[in-house]
Design a protein around this ligand. Sequence first.
Ligand SMILES: Nc1ncnc2c1ncn2[C@@H]1O[C@H](COP(=O)(O)OP(=O)(O)OP(=O)(O)O)[C@@H](O)[C@H]1O
Ligand SMILES: [Mg+2]
Length: 321
Amino acid sequence: MTTPAIAANGLRKSYGDKVVLDGVDLAVPEGTVFSLLGPNGAGKTTAVKILSTLITADAGDLHVGGHDLAADPQAVRAAIGVTGQFSAVDGLITGEENMLLMADLHHLSRGEGRRTTAELLERFDLVEAAKRPASTYSGGMKRRLDIAMTLVGNPRIIFLDEPTTGLDPRSRHNMWGIIRELVTGGVTVFLTTQYLEEADELADRIAVLNDGKIAAEGTAEELKRLIPGGHVRLRFTDPSAYQSAAVALREAGRDDEALALQIPSGGSQRELRAILDWLDSAGIEADELTVHTPDLDDVFFALTGTGTVPNQTTQPKETVR
Ligand SMILES: Nc1ncnc2c1ncn2[C@@H]1O[C@H](COP(=O)(O)OP(=O)(O)OP(=O)(O)O)[C@@H](O)[C@H]1O
Ligand SMILES: [Mg+2]
């Protein structure tokens, strides 16, 4: 096994008597995307700040880019790029000047700084705005500039704390494309997000932080398998048709108000065909049939709430009939 790009063992951090990180273990292989999820205040930003050397941990064996965080924070700093949850953009100077400042901080030569700046401004669709003070940028433009600034030193490991918060759907998809390109080029990405869809799209592995600990970790598929909830929902408009179906399908969950029945199902074609055949032979004709598969929202609610999954949090994924 190669050394992970980011590794934490027994990471702890408290503020006063408030324990924020209570023994967190994680390992992120090189060239992969790791996403840390968790409710507000779970400690995601704290973890990012610690792993990117901005604040120190109380305890834990922490390595980033093969360097020990406690022993050699300088080496870690040279290997990483960080986009914080809150903007690092200086509003008084232009977008281009912000970029050139970053290039200076990374000790790029003048020429190289100019070339990198031009390239990144282009890539993040900021060429037109480049000569305007950043204070005149929209929230999404500032966010894009933030991330462009993170990439100036060509870091091999990047930390992105809610990189797409406040971006419109198009900019968010652009950002996803950029993140995927970076990963294809071997960059390791540590990402926090409030958009579970984003973790689902991008992350090779996802960890859910709750109560100071990792409540679950795995691929999106593995996490979804942790919780039940896949079902086929049959909705009726005629109360008597609903009643007779409910009698025939005794094991189905009932929603009398909505005139709907829920049959547990993984949603595979084979299972659906079996259900349809069975409904046909029982002479049941539902007005609407929808397939629900658990999504990361369900996982999130199940792992971080009081343990109850709110009903009907999932949107129908696929309408069969
Ligand atoms: N400098 C600080 N002093 C005291 N408490 C702090 C400090 N920084 C963070 N905290 C507390 O630590 C906890 C975790 O905060 P953190 O910002 O890491 O959460 P988060 O998961 O990033 O939340 P969000 O989703 O809202 O960004 C919170 O209870 C917060 O109030
Ligand atoms: Mg945060």
